[in-house]
Write a protein that binds this ligand. Structure first.
Ligand SMILES: [Zn+2]
Length: 144
């Protein structure tokens, strides 16, 4: 899977944030490495590679008797949007489509009023990008 270049190091820092509760040492080392790369204007490594490396690290940690790894956090990580190239929602917020009040009606609190401008933006994007509309529809079906 390709992560678009335009995202730069953003997904990587999201990844670090996600793994910090599981392994602060790995997250810390990775963070230093990324900061260094970013400062030198080097290309961001593949997030998929990082996930693989972390899994390897995690497995080794699991094998050691002193491990305190948090299983649920790791499960969350595996299902995280990191494996998807879409990080910013249609509404401009950083969450998954299925967490979006604009897209998923059942999430809306009582009396929720959409921002007209944002709603318009979303409608336009959905009209313009068919694949996006299909993805949103799928999420909406899953949520209902
Ligand atoms: Zn949203």
């Amino acid at each position: 899977m390709e992560i678009p270049d335009v995202q730069g190091f953003r997904p990587h820092y999201d990844f670090i944030r996600a793994i910090k509760p599981i392994s602060s040492s790995f997250a810390g080392a990775l963070e230093v490495d990324l900061i260094r790369k970013e400062r030198k204007d080097e290309n961001a490594p593949s997030v998929i590679d990082l996930i693989e490396e972390f899994k390897e690290h995690y497995r080794m940690q699991q094998a050691s008797p002193t491990t305190t790894a948090n299983h649920s956090a790791f499960a969350t990580l595996q299902n995280d949007s990191l494996v998807s190239p879409i990080k910013t929602c249609l509404c401009g917020e950083e969450h998954l489509f299925r967490e979006c009040q604009y897209l998923i009606e059942s999430l809306r609190p009582h009396g929720w009023v959409p921002d007209k401008k944002i709603q318009q933006q979303i409608d336009e994007k959905l009209m313009r990008y068919e694949r996006l509309a299909v993805a949103v529809e799928k999420v909406q079906k899953e949520a209902s």
